[in-house]
Design a protein around this ligand. Structure first.
Ligand code: SAH
Length: 375
């Protein structure tokens, strides 16, 4: 039996890769090759639930169909360059996406859930001043398969269990990159995560985190029912321009109304998560907390305070526990629902904002010059 790796890359390039196809794409593909569309769900189950990439192992397909698929298609199995284990149970994978670039995915086990944090781009163009990925520069968007490959590899590494026992119960697009600048590839990947014939995660358990790409927030509302987190980090434009330069393009007076639009008309519990990194003496003062309460008004939201995670060559420091506590109390007195994120995987540089991956041909483009892929 010839494995993927033994086939020449030229031969493979002429074939269609099935890993990154959502159900609609897969059904269209089967129709295109003269087969019934329901084959899509059978093949998706093999690929995503069983972790199978060889058509010969897909035993409920006829021999003739397996042979046909072997001629026409393939399922990529991405190369894992490194796997690192933290003392707290967090695991980080470095996945090769092409000859020059690699991205990171992090699995964070907790008592009642297991969260996988995945990347959507190689590097990031947004240059948030407190984020290590931003310091790496931007190379390119990830393709569908490169995004879903992170789940595929991790699910397989964790044993491809039946649904109830699957270790990854939540997926967050909080790894490298800005997912809403790559919606063409992020949306299908999110659909695969939520498809019952693939990973079957509920919309409450798939979260797209964004620095605030407003047109794409509206696009989520129209096209994709997932959970949304906003990297707010500052309660006014002056400070936010400095921390999240994307704010110059989509300032708070544009961003906040888009969040009201997002939660509007949804089911009663629809809310948005507001992420707020706690930077010592920068955005953690009493007046910032009051300003944040006023800014969020009666938006249906939960605030997640993230203690800053340091990385080499940064001048920022994590807020003191006292400052975090004080900030939290003011928000709660203002009627907000607040949680403080527990930092995980710090010893293997796997905490929020510490992912560096391997980004070649970096360009330090500013956000205004990057071609926005809004789908
Ligand atoms: N671009 C997206 C997703 C990636 S960042 C976004 O901006 O939301 C995921 C989260 O980690 C964001 O809230 C981000 O602001 C936060 N983060 C980045 N660097 C951090 C750091 N050094 N310490 C703590 N959180 C950080």
């Amino acid at each position: 039996m010839q494995s993927n790796l033994e086939q020449s890359s030229k031969e493979l390039l002429a074939k269609t890769d099935l890993l990154g196809m959502d159900r609609e794409m897969m059904a269209a593909y089967f129709v295109e090759i003269g087969e019934k569309p329901f084959r899509a769900t059978q093949v998706m189950k093999w690929i995503h639930q069983m972790g199978v990439s060889e058509f010969d192992e897909m035993t409920n397909l006829s021999k003739a169909l397996r042979e046909k698929l072997k001629r026409l298609a393939w399922v990529r199995s991405p190369k894992v360059l490194a796997e690192q284990f933290s003392d707290d149970g967090t695991i980080k994978w470095l996945l090769e996406v092409d000859n020059h670039n690699a991205v990171e995915a992090v699995f964070i086990p907790e008592k009642n859930r297991g969260t996988l944090c995945i990347s959507s781009q190689v590097g990031c163009a947004l240059e948030c001043s407190f984020c290590s990925t931003g310091q790496q520069g931007f190379n390119r968007n990830l393709e569908n398969w490169e995004i879903i490959a992170q789940m595929w590899v991790v699910n397989k590494a964790l044993g491809c269990k039946p649904k109830e026992e699957r270790r990854v119960s939540n997926v967050v697009f909080m790894g490298m990159g800005e997912p809403l600048l790559n919606v063409t590839h992020v949306f299908p990947a999110a659909r695969i995560l939520m498809d019952d014939f693939a990973y079957g995660l509920s919309k409450r358990r798939v979260t797209i985190s964004t620095a605030g790409v407003v047109p794409a927030i509206d696009k989520i509302k129209a096209e994709l029912d997932v959970s949304l987190a906003i990297s707010l980090h500052a309660p006014n434009n002056g400070l936010r321009d400095e921390l999240v330069p994307l704010n110059k393009k989509y300032p708070l007076e544009t961003l906040i109304p888009s969040l009201y639009r997002y939660v509007e008309g949804g089911h009663s519990k629809k809310h948005v998560t507001i992420e707020y990194v706690m930077l010592n003496q920068v955005n953690d003062r009493v007046e910032h907390a009051h300003e944040l309460v006023a800014l969020l008004g009666d938006l249906a939201c939960k605030v997640n305070l993230i203690p800053f995670n340091p990385f080499p060559n940064t001048d920022y420091q994590r807020s003191s526990n006292n400052a975090i506590h004080r900030f939290r109390s003011i928000l709660e007195e203002g009627g907000l629902n607040v949680t403080v994120r527990k930092t995980r995987g710090e010893d293997i540089d796997a905490a929020c904002g510490q992912l560096a991956g391997k980004v070649s041909d970096r360009t330090k483009r500013t956000v205004h010059r990057v071609a926005f892929d809004l789908g």
